[in-house]
Write a protein that binds this ligand. Sequence first.
Ligand code: ZN
Length: 327
Amino acid sequence: MAEQDTSARRTASAAREAFMKRAEELWDEFNAWYDDHPDATFDEMEEELGLQRRTVLGELLELSLQRRDLGAGPEAPACERCGRPMVFKGYGRKKVHGLEVDAEIPRAYYVCPHCKVGVFPLDQRLHLRRDSWSEGVVREAARLGTTQPSFAIASETLSRLTHLGISESTVWRHHGEVAGAIEQKLENEEQEVPYLFSWSELEAMEWVAPQRPVEEHASVSIDGLTIRIREEGYREVKMVSVSEVVVVTEGEASSEAEMGTGGREEEGVRGGADGLKLVSHSYRAVLGEPGWPSERLSCGRDNGWKSKRLCISCPCGAKSEARPFGR
Ligand SMILES: [Zn+2]
C-alpha cells in the first residue's frame, strides 16, 4: 500500500458498503471451508475463524475511523515548539497490532514549516505508540513476563491466545518498559511520601493523596530474608504488605464453606481471626542497601526489622501509624 494517500477518508455509506462487502466475502470463504469440513468440531471452526478474525476486525476498525476526520480537524494544530499553525501534508498509514485486531490506520500528518517537526493528531487521540504494538499488547506482555516462568513461555502463551506473532525479545522489552515505569512511580512516591508519621501530623500531610485508602482497620505485615547475589554477596530483601481488614458477612462465610474455597480451618491454622478477612492488598518489596533497613521502616528506635510480624504499632511500644503504600 502507498506510504501516503490524499483521499483516505470515506463517507459513512461508502465505509459501510466496503465492510458489508468484506463481511460477505468472509461468509463465502468460511462456508466454503465448512462445506469441505462438514465434521469440523467447534474448536476447529473457531480456529479457522480465528485466522481471519484479526484482519477482518482490523478492517472494521479502519473503515469506522475513515468515516471520521482521521485527525484532520477543521483547524490545523499549533506547533508545540513555536506555536505557529502546522501544515497538512496528507495521510500516512501505520500498522497497529492489538490483542484482538491487526489494523493499518490512515491518519493525517502535519508539519511545522519552521521547526520541521511533524505530528499525527490521531495517534495522540487513539493512544498509539511509536512502535506497532497497542498499549494492551504491551500491558499483557508485561503481565505474562512477570507471571510466567520465562519470557519464552510468556511469548508462546501470548502468541497462542491472540494469534499474534510476538517474540521472546519483544515480550522482554515490553516487560522492561512497564517495570521501568512502575519503578519510576515507586521511586517518586518514596521521594514524596514520608514512610511514617503520626496521626497528630495528619493535617500537615494532606498533600499526600492516598490512592485507595483503607477506611477502617488495616493489617500490616513485614518480613525479610537474606539472599545471596552473585558477585555481590548477601543482601537483605524486605517486604511489607498492607491489607484492609473486613468482617465476613454470614452469607459469604456459608457460601465459602459450601464451595470449599474459604477453608475456615485453614484460616485458623494460618493465624487468621474468625469472621475477618483481608482484602485490597498492597505490597512493596525492596532489596536493602547496607545499613538501610532499621532506619527505614522502624519507629526510630532501631528494632523495626527484628520483628517477624509487625502490626501497626512497633514492638517497642511506640505508637506509630503506618499508611498503606500505593497499589
Ligand atoms: Zn514550529
